[in-house]
Write a protein that binds this ligand. Structure first.
Ligand SMILES: Cc1ncc(COP(=O)(O)O)c(C=O)c1O
Length: 338
């Protein structure tokens, strides 16, 4: 029976969903959403905060500041509340409303950037804002998830060994890419492991992490509008890019079986299932990492009007529509969210 006094002391590390019954292929989905921050970012947040404390960067009057699309912001809010630090999260207008409310409920502040930067994303503008704050007052401490080695080390020390313990014959690992902390930590660990593991990075179309053309991306978490400083592509065997419409379909197909996951999980599962279809002649042990759960996306990915406005009326097919299997997509409704 786990009994804790600090919220970050609990993190479910051994839960996997076998997707065979939903997608017809055995992919084991490691669920990282079962902790008090609701996402994989709790690991990176703990590692970065504890390193900063150890190095004397954080003191009782510090104000932590971070640019986050949401989940790291929630994780840092949890830790800040528990340890008694102030925290200011700089995010942008793509951040889910519920994520923003969560951060505020935990006692932290949120600043929303709504002007796009020169790359057509918000990241540059968010980082500029954080830099300005740090220059204005010495109490601000920027952990900088984009460059902080603690971000990938958390997954080298925890996420990858957790997978290795449960899957001693692992062949392929699918990891979503944002800051690439999860990707680089897992990739570095498995590069040193006793058997080769194919590391497949999953990114969204419109992200420029691995090059390619910038484009519209509405789902937070995965993808970046700049090249992540933590990325070392020599550790990555393959890169998959997934269209947001496919992400949406995978999310709804999972939800239809009772598994409500976040957007990036839909991206990763969609890419992984395509990959597995191309490699179906091989007997492969495959794991994918699901960074969070779906409740934070109720007013976006799981909201009919949001979906239809952005991706068209036909985005969901009979396999993805809730209700009796094979029923028609829900009719368009009007209401407070339309
Ligand atoms: C939901 C979600 N998926 C994926 C990622 C990407 O993880 P990483 O930053 O380790 O690349 C994040 C990062 O914030 C996230 O919040």
């Amino acid at each position: 029976m786990p009994v804790i006094s600090a919220p970050h002391a609990f993190n479910e590390s051994q839960l996997y969903v076998d997707l065979r019954s939903i997608f017809g292929r055995a992919l084991y989905l490691k669920c990282e959403g079962f902790n008090f921050a609701g996402s994989i970012k709790l690991k990176a947040a703990v590692e970065m905060v504890e390193n900063a404390e150890r190095d004397g960067l954080l003191t009782p009057d510090s104000i932590m500041v971070e640019s986050s699309s949401g989940n790291l912001g929630v994780a840092l809010s949890v830790i800040a509340a528990s340890k008694g630090y102030r925290f200011l999260c700089v995010t942008d207008s793509r951040c889910n409303l519920s994520t923003r409310l969560l951060i505020e409920a935990l006692g932290s502040e949120v600043h929303i950037i709504s002007d796009l930067d020169a790359n057509g994303g918000f990241l540059g503008a968010r980082i500029e804002y954080v830099r300005g704050l740090c220059a204005s007052d010495q109490r601000y401490v920027w952990l900088s998830q984009y460059t902080n080695p603690g971000n990938w080390q958390a997954h080298y020390r925890r996420t990858a060994p957790e997978i290795a313990r449960q899957f001693p014959r692992l062949d392929v690992l699918f990891v979503g890419a944002g800051t690439t902390g999860t990707l680089m930590g897992c990739a570095r660990y498995f590069r040193e492991w006793h058997r080769p593991v194919r590391i497949v990075a999953v990114d969204s179309v419109g992200s420029v992490i691995f090059g390619g053309k910038p484009g519209r991306r509405m789902i937070p978490g995965l993808g970046m509008s700049m090249r992540p400083p933590l990325l070392d592509e020599s550790y990555v065997d393959e890169v998959l890019q997934v269209e947001e419409a496919d992400t949406i379909r995978a999310c709804h197909r999972l939800a239809r079986s009772g598994f409500l996951f976040g957007g990036s999980t839909g991206t990763i599962v969609s890419g992984a299932m395509d990959w597995m279809a191309r490699n179906e002649d091989r007997d492969i042990t495959a794991v994918a990492i699901a960074p969070d759960l779906g409740e934070r996306y109720l007013d976006t990915i799981y909201q009919t009007n949001w979906l239809q406005d952005l991706y068209g009326d036909q985005v969901l097919g009979p396999d993805e529509v809730a209700g009796p299997r094979g029923s028609e997509p829900a009719p368009r409704t009007t209401g407070p969210n339309s």
